[in-house]
Design a protein around this ligand. Structure first.
Ligand code: UD1
Length: 420
């Protein structure tokens, strides 16, 4: 296993180009199961999660080629309807093969993804949606067994205790594209990645309206065909680099970014005192002399993303004054608090809140990554801390950030990898 070493204290300067969005590419790859035709996906980030999804597609009968950011998916052999535990358990997004398999093959056997370090993460909304579309769902030996004579459109309320669900919206929307009649999803997730998936499905011949809003209408069609699509930029990667520039007092131009997808993050950074120049496809961020503390509450899009909560905590940790974080999507997503405190931060957790008392400086320390975004948070803390930080278990980081060391090194960071 590798660990990441960072020598902090350098201001980041230069340009960085953002990769395609992880949370778009995973369901879009799953959507290729809706046709036997070839699909071409461009702007695909080379991530551990992407490669896991490609393995799953292969296990389900697809052939895949992945070269220089382009994935070509074709039918290799007879479609298989069983998504195995070994693959699904490593990545929750793989559960969204359920909808496409059920829609095309009328049956699916998909391992339950299980919980993870950031919370329990149930799939009840996915299953509610599939049942509403006229399928029978049973749980047996850790697998979801789904079958249907014929999927039928329905009105489905998809809101849960914590608001809308991104992957449940993706999953049910994909199944509904081939159901007979009209489906209306209420309280659908509005995340840009759901919109991107719907755009791909429309290119495949699906009839979808209202995607990107809480009410999505899908008029089922008999079949879908192959399509070509380019993945939107990763707003969470872009947000992570915005914070990296700010926390180090740097001056960075972020390229291939849609600022409209980062409204809540940009608003908070401006409130903190960052200077941002926003253009069509790029954002320049510079540091002002004094940053102010701020409060955030994570919410479904267009609210502040839970996937940026850990990273902004690093900024708050070194911003003098009191900042408060309220986590409304995953109330237990605070594994990074203890690690930041080991680096000299003063953060107290109270249920779904973290109260951050900013300190003047952090000090480098050996820390452990617990999940993808917590790893990014520790990396940011390492960039600003005095001395050396070593982050172990960085395979989490590889799940969601393409060429991360190279991108940071190009901005002037001292960061390298060593065997543990
Ligand atoms: C997606 C993102 C993940 C992000 C999350 C929230 C992908 C691949 N992953 O995950 O990076 O952190 O959205 O923005 O797109 N819930 C239920 N029942 C369900 C499904 C979800 O109660 O059936 C709850 C979850 O526990 C959570 C909330 O709903 O509290 C939102 O989760 P959801 O949007 O489903 O997250 P994912 O789609 O798994």
């Amino acid at each position: 296993m590798d660990k990441l070493l960072i020598e902090g204290g350098l201001k980041l300067r230069g340009e960085v180009t953002i990769s395609g969005a992880k949370n778009s590419v995973l369901p879009i790859l799953a959507a290729t199961l809706l046709t036997e035709d070839a699909c071409i996906i461009k702007g695909v980030p080379d991530l551990r999660d992407t490669n896991t999804m490609l393995k799953i597609l292969k296990s389900l009968g697809k052939a895949v080629e992945f070269d220089k950011g382009v994935v070509i998916v074709t039918q290799a052999k007879n479609a298989n309807y069983v998504a195995d535990y070994k693959l699904v358990s490593t990545m929750r997004a793989s559960f969204c093969v359920l909808g496409p398999l059920l829609a095309r093959l009328k049956k699916a056997k998909v391992s339950l993804p299980g919980g993870c370090i950031i919370g329990v993460r149930p799939v009840d909304l996915h299953l509610k949606g599939m049942r509403a579309l006229n399928s029978q769902i049973d749980i047996e030996s850790g697998y979801v067994l789904a079958k249907t004579q014929k999927l039928k459109g329905a009105n489905i309320y998809l809101g849960g205790e914590y608001g809308s669900s991104v992957l449940a919206t993706d999953n049910v929307m994909m199944a509904a594209t081939l159901a007979s009649g009209r489906t209306v999803l209420e309280s659908a997730a509005c995340e840009p990645e759901v919109h991107d998936l719907a755009e791909f499905l429309i290119k495949m011949g699906a009839k979808i309206r209202g995607h990107g809003t809480p009410i999505v209408e899908i008029e089922g069609v008999r079949e879908l065909h192959g399509a070509e699509h380019k993945i939107i930029p990763d707003r969470i990667e872009a947000g992570t680099f915005l914070l990296a520039a700010l926390i180090t007092g740097g001056d960075v131009i972020i390229k291939n970014v849609f600022a409209k997808h980062l409204g809540a993050v940009i608003d908070k950074l401006q409130e903190s005192g960052a200077c941002l120049d926003i253009c069509d496809n790029s954002i320049r961020i510079r540091h002002r002399k004094h940053l102010s503390p701020t409060n955030i509450t994570t919410l479904p899009y267009p609210g502040f993303p839970t996937d940026m909560q850990a990273q902004i905590m690093s900024l708050m940790a070194v911003t003098e004054g009191i900042s408060v974080i309220t986590e409304k999507i995953y109330p237990d997503r605070f594994m990074h608090v203890a690690e930041l405190n080991r680096m000299g931060a003063h953060i107290q957790r109270e249920g779904p809140h973290a109260i951050v008392s900013g300190v003047k400086c952090l000090s480098g320390a050996p820390v452990m990554a617990s999940d993808l975004r917590a790893s990014a948070c520790l990396l940011l803390a390492g960039l600003v801390a005095g001395g050396k930080t070593s982050i172990s278990r960085i395979y989490h980081l590889e799940r969601g950030y393409e060429n991360i060391e190279e991108k940071f090194r190009n901005l002037g960071a001292r960061i390298w990898r060593e065997k543990e």
